[in-house]
Design a protein around this ligand. Sequence first.
Ligand code: PLP
Length: 387
Amino acid sequence: MDYGIETRCIHGAENLLKDHAYGALSVPLFQTATFAHPGVGRSTGYDYTRESNPTRAELEKIMSALEGACDSLACASGMAAVLLCMELFSAGDHVVCTEDLYGGSVRMFDTVCRERGVEFTSVDTSDIARTESAIRETTKALYIETPSNPTMEVTDLRAMKRLAERHKLLLIVDNTFLTPYFQNPLALGADLVLHSGTKFLGGHNDTLAGFVCTSRPDLAKRLRYLYKTIGCCLSPFDSFLLIRGIKTLAVRMERQQSNALLLADWLKRQEKVRSVSYVGLPQHPGYAVNRAQARGYGSMISFHVDSEKTAKRLLERVKLISYAESLGGVESLITYPMLQTHGDVPVAVRERLGITDTFLRLSVGIEQIDDLTADLAQALEGEADEL
Ligand SMILES: *Cc1c(COP(=O)(O)O)cnc(C)c1O
């Protein structure tokens, strides 16, 4: 892995990505379901697209180069990647996970996985002692999001690795928020890294994708078997779009982060904003831990406003920023986690985490910063009871 990460986003690790027919600069789109065999018992290296496809294989090589993985599996969505990973566990197994997870992951663990007999304990994984005390005899894995979604809690990945080693657990990290541009959990000892490629990696709010990356050949072999069996693969065209998206990952992440730093600072100074959670603010409780394990802070901000009315009014009045689920793309988006991404999270858990009716989550895009602050300013202005 000699190239810098900006270069790897475009060329992969080994500069092997240039051998395309006719010298084509971008990877050709192999929009085919199947591949003809040159003879009995012979293969071109590709047989059937559910198992592998040249366009997707190139994307997977780029992801491995970015995460420092021995293999990466491109899936149809982030949730498909989470499910693929959960196929490693069976009835009676127990997993300790970050309490404040992506809402879809909570739903999957609480329903699909639990119905199959896999048990979960959610804890505040930023608290190492509490995380260790949740480990049982049957515990097989730690499942971590850092920073978490949507409350931006930071978990110490090196500490999690020490727990995983002591108790012989797999360490699984959902790296969607920081991406390999800012954070490489495999280098800190994780066994598996998950991504929703729909977010920063794709980067344009136009394609669903997911990834499972691993540094362990034994896990890669098992995952490849499950992958071709389940059929959770990313299509060739979506693989092409992801390759295209990742080429600009470095510049997008830098711009989104610099916008987010300015916006977090601006939000803090607004009368109707009560608190701001952004990992890049030195007052953030996870600031030091994040700095020690990541190269940046990302561009996700959550904040509380003074009332439910202000929150709803802001969502209805934003013009440039879209009131929409998802995150990570070039367009800035704002969501109401209580009703959207975390609607299926039990009320008691939501309340404990502070996901209430005054809580909003902002994904900062690459627009001009003054246009973003002007839009939020006009959406915040006026009396709350005008509605
Ligand atoms: C969006 C998201 C997922 C799920 O990904 P999809 O591509 O929407 O299926 C998983 N984890 C995190 C942190 C996410 O933000």
